[in-house]
Design a protein around this ligand. Structure first.
Ligand code: NAD
Ligand code: MG
Length: 361
């Protein structure tokens, strides 16, 4: 097992990464003196796979265990699921001495975190992320949210977990397409922050896709280190944290225009990263050789390269509604070579994207 800390003063917490860690949960909870009453939150796909393991080890260690099982999928990241959690808590007379534990992917983690932030004005919570995306991204950093019918993640809070326990063995049951989608965010960390890690991924993407444990642990750990460092500097996204949105400006447009669920988030990010790299090359922030390496790594991870044919006008409209737009000016994260990135204002988005989306010679 490997560990790191997200350094946020009194709200600092540990992330442990390893294999077979789920059953270590009771020991960690005891060490942190967290409440002995635990509400586990999972979903209909993950619960049959892992919930009883977690329930049994907690019960064996004298914890009082309750559980809620939400419907699966992004469509359930809504007020109804949140209410399902609140209702279970209230019906079971849970007071502030209750720990919420999220067991699942990013959807379960985000909803559970928001429930923890708001139930009785805040109860402690722990993340047991089971998808690659949740392990390298959503479980770390304290962004919690649910969707609103008018938009994704519009209702939420910054609320940090007390512990993140990452068991890479859970990835064995993750569908291959979801694994690849998680790898898009993994590649992102290499491009924006760590050239050595990017090179390591070029060497080992096949090991990761074959779910070889030591490689998974290494990759998850390196991503969490990068995210933890960014979050420790900029918890509430005033500056540096925005760099984590590399590939997401165009990615969000693809996701939204294709309809959520058609293209997975990570797939959209992969296509968005390639567009960003092509724009960076045209702005002389990186070389064509860097674009080529990014393209090859995306392909090696089983991710799509070519965005679906969408109207440029529709894409621009979505991008200009993005959170990073100020006074009508589009800003996006561009890579500087490989291993570094910056936020750049795009003076003429129409022209820039027309070029970036044009078929390559
Ligand atoms: P998800 O939670 O929907 O999981 C993807 C699918 O895999 C689901 O069907 C899930 O049930 C299933 N699954 C999860 N673990 C499994 C396992 N071990 N075995 C078999 N199936 C498993 O989606 P996701 O990609 O994990 O997360 C996406 C969500 O995360 C989005 O809602 C996004 O907004 C959010 N997110 C949040 C942050 C943040 O900082 N809070 C960052 C990135 C993404
Ligand atoms: Mg993302």
């Amino acid at each position: 097992m490997e560990s790191l800390t997200v350094g946020l003063g009194a709200r600092s917490y540990a992330i442990h990464v390893g294999a077979d860690l789920l059953t270590a949960l009771p020991d960690w909870l005891k060490a942190l003196q967290l409440p002995r009453r635990v509400m586990l939150v999972s979903n209909q796909v993950v619960a049959p796979l892992y919930l009883s393991t977690v329930e049994c080890c907690l019960a064996a260690a004298d914890f009082q265990v309750l559980s809620v099982i939400l419907p699966d999928g992004e469509a359930s990241k809504n007020a109804a699921s949140l209410e399902q959690i609140y209702t279970s808590l209230i019906r079971s007379h849970c007071d502030r001495q209750t720990l919420l534990v999220a067991l699942g992917g990013g959807v379960v983690g985000d909803i559970t975190g928001f429930a923890a932030a708001t139930y009785l004005r805040g109860v402690p919570f722990v993340q047991l992320p089971t998808s690659l995306l949740a392990q390298v991204d959503s479980s770390v950093g304290g962004k919690t949210a649910i969707n609103h019918p008018l938009g994704k993640n519009l209702i939420g809070a910054f609320y940090q977990p007390r512990l993140v326990l990452i068991d890479v063995k859970t990835l064995q049951t993750l569908p291959a397409r979801e694994l690849s989608a998680g790898l898009a965010e993994v590649i992102k960390y290499g491009v924006i922050a760590d050239a050595n890690f990017f090179h390591w991924l070029e060497l080992h993407s096949a090991n990761l896709r074959r779910l070889e444990q030591e490689f998974l642990i290494e990759a998850v750990l390196r991503c969490c280190r990068i995210k933890a460092a960014v979050v420790a500097e900029d918890e509430t996204e005033q500056g540096q944290r925005a760099l984590l949105n590399y590939g997401h400006t165009f990615g969000h447009a693809i996701e939204q225009l294709c309809g959520y669920g058609q293209v997975l988030h990570g797939e959209a990010v992969a296509m968005g990263m390639l567009v960003a790299a092509r724009i960076a090359e045209r702005q002389q922030l990186c070389r064509m050789e860097d674009v080529q390496r990014i393209r090859e790594l995306i392909a090696a991870c089983g991710l799509p390269l070519q965005p679906p044919s969408l109207s440029l006008e529709a894409c621009l409209e979505v991008m200009l509604r993005d959170k990073k737009v100020t006074a009508g000016r589009l800003r996006m994260v561009l890579n500087e070579g490989i291993g570094s990135a910056k936020l750049v204002e795009i003076a003429d988005p129409g022209e820039v994207f027309a070029v970036a989306l044009a078929p390559e010679l």
